[in-house]
Write a protein that binds this ligand. Structure first.
Ligand code: URA
Length: 321
């Protein structure tokens, strides 16, 4: 029987920054979690402060400081904990925060742009939950200029490998010779979705930048830049129904407001807007009080790898949202 103070073990682990609930479920299933010296079972409940919980032998304390970061992942960085081929890792762009940070969602090796990291497993679950249809906006440089019919197909949905891939919005921002820069907003999260949609319709993607995730925008960030999320940004993902909300967007106009119906816009060429200009909003920095974001200046050097360490630091002061 559960007491009034017990909580699911998996929630305790997620809150302690071990990873998302699913990740923690796996750890339990793999026998890597013990509860009072016995292997923990799925569905176990714990009383924080009374029970002793270990992951891979290390004692896990209650929730540490909760941190939320945005990284501008450059092209050629891997979203992974490690890489046998020793390729640069997106997580190495974070400053040394003294705790394990994990990515919220993924971004292809060749794709650049907005990627969030946190040590708050519960928040990450909310953000990544498929029910929480968070719009993600991409700028894609594609081969050949998509016709109106193609853009309509992207909005209607393309069947690919047993999945329906669709965009909420597809706007041609600019054309350069035989290529087009297309702004695409997705609310689904299929693997390599933009690239697959392009490939399936004769428009291979040659460059892909994720501009925003919900209300979190790159704004004037450059590849390799890192900043903390603002409280407002963190909370914005906790709205009940993201799809019905109105984001405060630096690029906000009738085309990027999720309230508007799905829409195709082919701009007249006289109104062409530079794809680069999407990054040219006035600088708005939200610098960290707890850790100064590291601007990557060592472009040619292998990035520094923070040491792997248990994700819990009882010596840190505790801060709850
Ligand atoms: N779509 C892609 O093709 N790649 C990404 O990384 C994200 C969306």
């Amino acid at each position: 029987m559960s007491t009034t103070h017990d909580i699911p073990l998996v929630r305790f682990l997620a809150r302690a920054g071990i990873g998302s609930r699913r990740y923690c479920d796996n750890l339990i299933a793999l026998g890597r979690v013990t509860l009072n010296s016995a292997p923990a079972t799925p569905g176990a409940r714990v009383v924080p402060g009374r029970d002793q919980i270990r992951v891979n032998g290390s004692i896990i304390e209650e929730a540490p400081v909760l941190l939320y970061y945005l990284v501008y992942k450059p092209k050629g960085y891997l979203v992974s904990d490690s890489d046998p081929e020793n390729r640069p890792l997106a997580r190495d762009l974070l400053p040394d925060l003294g705790m394990r940070m994990f990515p919220v969602g993924r971004l292809d090796f060749q794709t650049e742009g907005a990627l969030m990291f946190t040590n708050d497993g519960l928040w990450a679950d909310r953000v990544a939950h498929p029910r929480n249809t968070i719009p993600k906006t991409y700028l894609a440089k594609v081969r050949n200029i998509p016709s109106r019919t193609t853009l309509q197909r992207w909005l209607a949905g393309i069947r690919d490998q047993g999945q329906i891939l669709k965009a909420r919005e597809a706007v041609i921002e600019r054309t350069t010779g035989r290529n087009a820069w297309v702004r695409i907003t997705l609310t689904g999260g299929a693997n390599r979705q933009v690239r697959r949609m392009g490939e399936a319709t004769g428009h291979p993607v040659v460059k892909l930048i994720r501009l925003s995730i919900g209300d979190v925008h790159l704004k004037d960030m450059k590849p390799g830049d890192v900043r903390e999320l603002t409280v407002r940004e963190v909370k914005s993902f906790l709205r009940k129904n993201f799809a019905e909300s109105t984001p405060s967007s630096p690029e906000s106009d009738s085309r990027s407001n999720p309230k508007t119906p799905r829409k195709i816009v082919r701009q007249p060429m006289s109104e062409k807007r530079s794809a680069r200009s999407l990054h040219a909003d006035p600088p708005t920095r939200h610098r960290s009080a707890t850790a100064s974001p590291r601007k990557r200046t060592d472009q040619g050097k292998a990035p520094r790898r923070p040491p792997e360490q248990p994700s819990n630091h009882p010596d840190r002061s505790r801060k709850r949202r």
